[in-house]
Design a protein. Structure first.
Length: 372
């Protein structure tokens, strides 16, 4: 049984785990029957040093300097036994594995960071990160890359990654909750499921929502998720005088998430750039169309005018207009809702896992052939 070791910043149980952690866990838990899988990562504060979740062994290295501690743990304890290393770039940049790993290696890149540096960091750190990203990916010009979207694949090609080294594997979603609620069962409500950090752009959608309330005063906005930007977002709602119309739900369960999405008339995915956008297809799976910016990530998960509406970034007036359309135009809503629900069926974690398993096998086989 091949031994797969994964370097990943956040365990699936980490309080800040998002779509990237979900992508990794959902795919690799489906490969445990044919692969021995270990993830070196940072877990929740209450997590044990070693825990098994869905057949995956998580070694929770700890909170102290994880950018150094996790690769050092691999070099000291796992490098000799591993057959394939997975370099999972789940937070900003990958792990620079070409510098310390000579064996078969696959790198998962959900998205490039680019302008997000300027949203999340102050100068000069933002400028350093922005410039360093290009140099970092030069290290990966000979690496096998898996990405979840065509947008990210094109940007990687622009940075010098050969097209033949890139495999696009789109995510799936939880198919236990796929019944489509009819329009009559939905509130005049906007739903949002997101980590609460600045680059997720919820502040932009709140300003657009204020415009919506001028003509749709009965509309409400519910936000599910946690993160360091929550208090700032609460302050935004107060400054816009819409705080009575906006509810922060905090962390929610899977059932609560799908209940929110299925009973909302529209969902928003306002990130300024992202990976594929799992929450988009989750919303679509219950027939809820999504309004988002026309940026990498949503460009892949939303077909504009068919399954949702894309908006030129950062035009909040058009964002508001798109929200009003889906909140008030029943015929348009019905068409987009039905399309979104049908097309969400194309996405599957089982299919993603099968494709990733093939990438692992071909990577290991190529390495053995080369060695021979």
């Amino acid at each position: 049984m091949p031994r797969i070791v994964i370097l990943s910043r956040r365990n699936i149980t980490h309080p800040q785990a998002g779509g990237a952690s979900q992508y990794l866990h959902e795919i690799f838990k489906r490969l445990t029957g044919s692969h021995n899988i270990t993830v070196l990562t940072e877990g929740a504060a209450s997590a044990k040093g070693i825990e098994e979740i869905d057949g995956i062994r998580y070694f929770n290295v700890g909170k102290a300097f994880p950018r150094f501690a996790i690769p050092i743990k691999f070099i000291v304890s796992f490098a000799r036994k591993a057959d394939v290393l997975i370099d999972h770039a789940d937070v900003a940049i990958p792990w620079l594995s070409p510098l310390f790993v000579g064996k078969p290696r696959i790198t998962i890149v959900h998205q490039l960071v680019k302008e997000i540096y300027y949203y999340q960091l102050s100068r000069p750190w933002a400028e350093i990160g922005f410039r360093a990203e290009k140099a970092i990916y030069r290290l990966y010009s000979g690496s096998r890359i898996v990405t979840s979207s065509g947008s990210a694949a094109r940007e990687l090609e622009e940075l010098g990654i050969p097209t033949e080294n890139i495999t696009i594997i789109t995510p799936g979603y939880d198919k236990r909750n796929t019944s489509r609620h009819q329009l009559r069962d939905r509130a005049i409500r906007i739903g949002c499921v997101s980590r609460l950090v600045r680059y997720k752009g919820i502040q932009n959608s709140l300003r657009a929502f204020r415009e919506v309330l001028v003509t749709c005063p009965q509309a409400t906005f519910q936000i599910a998720g946690v993160g360091p930007y929550e208090q700032t977002l609460r302050n935004v709602t107060k400054s816009l005088e819409i705080d009575r119309k906006v509810e922060f739900l905090g962390r929610v369960s899977q059932d609560e998430k799908f209940d929110l999405l299925s009973k909302s008339r529209v969902a928003v995915f306002p990130s300024i750039r992202d990976g594929f956008g799992i929450s988009v297809i989750e919303a679509n799976s219950v027939g809820t169309p999504v309004v988002a910016w026309d940026v990498p990530g949503p460009q892949d998960s939303i077909i504009n005018g068919i399954t949702g509406l894309l908006t030129p970034f950062p035009n909040e007036h058009i964002f508001a207009r798109n929200l009003r359309t889906l909140l008030t135009e029943d015929e348009i809503w019905e068409q987009l809702s039905n399309n979104a629900w049908k097309m969400s069926g194309e996405f599957s974690w089982d299919r993603a896992a099968s494709t990733f398993g093939n990438v692992i096998d071909s990577t290991a086989k190529t390495a053995r052939t080369g060695a021979g």
